[in-house]
Unconditional design. Structure first.
Length: 232
């Protein structure tokens, strides 16, 4: 186990690791215990009672946070003709087709999100080995394979985040920065929470949301009282 820093241990002393905090208390404590020299990201982590090995329990999607993430996303769009012009007008950072495929295959990754029109997916599919491991492959479930490229770009720029359950049944998602007003972090959290409840698989048995933790980039995790949420 990696040795914890003195700053982390000092922050951890402020947290009752046995207590389940309200979301308002958890957000306040995350801001208080942050010791990063930069504007750290605040993240929520869910442990869900699902079996990711089952196709109908592979939770994946995207949601637009009402207060954004505090990060400006660089958007790359694979499109041709009028859709390429539409993407440029909507504020895409990079727009193209075959030349961008070649550039990415050469090791270029100066972007955060990839959007593609359906007709481009045969070409984009050649990038699966390099985009897939980085979580950058366009997917209809996250709204990044679409003919409405302008809407996709606008949502991403406004604070759209993607989520996906991992092999252990966990979901992680950013809800903003520690510099955010606490009420805005709470509102962003509520949006993620509502989404997690709505995407509960009908085949999931037992407790669905087992625990929820909020943390900053380097800070300790703060457990949130799930009993105050809508029952899933």
């Amino acid at each position: 186990m990696a040795k914890k820093s003195k700053q982390y241990l000092a922050a951890l002393e402020k947290v009752d690791t046995e207590k389940l905090y309200s979301v308002e208390e958890a957000v306040a404590l995350v801001q208080e215990t942050n010791y990063a020299k930069f504007d750290a990201t605040v993240e929520v982590a869910y442990r869900l009672g699902v079996d990711p090995k089952k196709a109908d329990q592979q939770i994946r999607g995207a949601v637009v946070l009402p207060n954004g993430t505090g990060k400006t996303q660089k958007v790359l769009v694979f499109a041709k003709g009028e859709k390429a012009k539409e993407a440029e007008a909507a504020g895409a950072d990079y727009v193209g087709d075959a030349e961008l495929v070649q550039k990415i295959n050469g090791g270029w990754f100066d972007f955060d999100v990839v959007v593609a029109t359906p007709d481009m997916m045969a070409e984009v599919g050649r990038l699966g080995r390099v985009l897939g491991p980085k979580g950058l492959m366009p997917n209809p479930k996250t709204g990044t394979v679409t003919m409405d490229v302008a809407k996709a770009i606008n949502e991403i720029k406004a604070g759209k985040v993607t989520y996906r359950v991992d092999k252990a049944g966990n979901v992680h998602a950013p809800i903003g920065k520690v510099s955010f007003d606490a009420a805005k972090l709470v509102e962003n959290f509520a949006t993620i929470q509502d989404t997690m409840v709505k995407v509960k698989p009908s085949t999931a048995k037992g407790d669905y949301i087992k625990n929820v933790t909020i943390t900053s980039t380097f800070g300790p995790g703060i457990k949130v009282n799930v009993s105050t949420f809508n029952k899933a």
